[in-house]
Design a binder for this molecule. Structure first.
Ligand SMILES: [Zn+2]
Ligand SMILES: [Zn+2]
Length: 337
């Protein structure tokens, strides 16, 4: 019997859940972002302006879903002991379309006074004070989850965060395995090792690809930062509840180009179907990684791997001829056997 790791039924919807508009430091308006992403085959966009959660439901149409979210930052102070200060950025995506109150707000800090009037918040809640510490960051993650937000840990490379810091973070739903804006700006923001670091702590989070686009350059410029990293969500329909539910279940994979059409377990073997690949990686917790190839030098469009419960988690990564990758989430033995 087949056990499907990506749902057997439903449709794939292309999504970017990290984008900036003119509401914060992006160059395109939410309307222009929607038009650009829709024209490039996307079905879902979440405009996550810095510290400003502004719903854009008026831009949702039968073929395009706008989700509501914002990006939150925790900045380390520069000091003689810390000459290279780090930062932690998190994207919060509301799982309920009617969620319009911004969590973890502050009456005076973090938001430009002119823009503060755009925020709706719970006036009975005390100010949320921030500091760059795992305790404070974990508290924000906890509060946002409790209030129904999908929490993603953003661009660890750009943020200068290293294992001793990020290994203390708890409770995120996902992390950016690729952040395209960082990539085109010069950071090597493809982070499979950071993802494995979390998985080896038994933190079952999902990999995300996002643009984090600001669109400061023209579309034909090499630093244009849209359409480079995304997720493909498999869901029964393109409505807010179906997409939100698929996100929480991890029914999606991250990509910079390659596509994964099918992923299932049958008779103790993992089956993958994908777009033409030069290599299909089967990455495990144990020292048991494997690679799948096409026959006689032809590209591979699928692979089958033997599974062993002693190998810990398993995840698939597909590499195409251009070097782009598609990454599934990790599946743990209790999900596979
Ligand atoms: Zn950021
Ligand atoms: Zn951002």
């Amino acid at each position: 019997m087949k056990k499907y790791l990506l749902p057997e039924t439903g449709n794939f919807y292309k999504a970017n859940l990290h984008a900036h508009s003119t509401i914060s430091d992006g160059r395109l308006t939410p309307e222009e972002l929607k038009a650009a992403y829709k024209a490039h085959g996307y079905s879902v966009l979440c405009v996550t302006d810095h510290e400003l959660m502004v719903p854009h439901h008026e831009l949702t149409d039968p073929d395009f879903l706008m989700m509501t979210g914002f990006e939150m930052s925790f900045n380390e102070e520069k000091s003689p002991e810390r000459p290279y200060p780090a930062t932690c950025h998190l994207c919060m995506v509301a799982l309920d379309p009617d969620e319009t109150l911004q969590p973890c707000w502050h009456r005076e800090k973090y938001v430009d006074p002119e823009k503060r009037k755009l925020i709706r918040y719970d006036k009975n809640e005390p100010d949320f004070e921030r500091e760059y510490s795992p305790e404070c960051i974990n508290e924000a993650i906890r509060i946002c989850r409790e209030k129904g937000f999908f929490v993603t840990y953003n661009h660890p490379v750009w943020s200068l965060e290293r294992y001793p810091q990020y290994s203390k973070y708890e409770g995120m739903h996902a992390m950016e395995i690729c952040n395209y804006s960082s990539v085109v700006s010069g950071w090597d923001e493809y982070n499979p090792t950071v993802y494995d670091d979390f998985l080896c702590q038994d933190k079952r989070l999902f990999p995300q690809g996002t643009d984090d686009n600001h669109n400061r350059q023209a579309p034909d410029h090499p630093r244009w930062d849209s359409f480079g990293a995304f997720i493909w969500i498999k869901a029964p329909a393109l409505d807010y509840a179906s997409i939100a539910s698929a996100l929480v279940k991890g029914d999606f994979y991250a990509s910079q180009g390659p596509e994964i059409y099918g992923l299932w377990v049958e008779d103790g073997r993992l089956h993958v179907q994908c777009s033409p690949a030069v290599r299909i990686y089967c990455i495990t917790r144990a020292c048991a990684c494997k690679a799948g190839y096409g026959e006689n030098g032809a590209p591979a469009t699928g692979a089958v791997f033997d599974l062993n419960p002693d190998d810990g988690y398993v995840r698939i990564s597909v590499r195409d001829a251009a070097g782009n990758r598609a990454d599934t989430r990790a599946f743990f033995p209790d999900e596979l056997f």
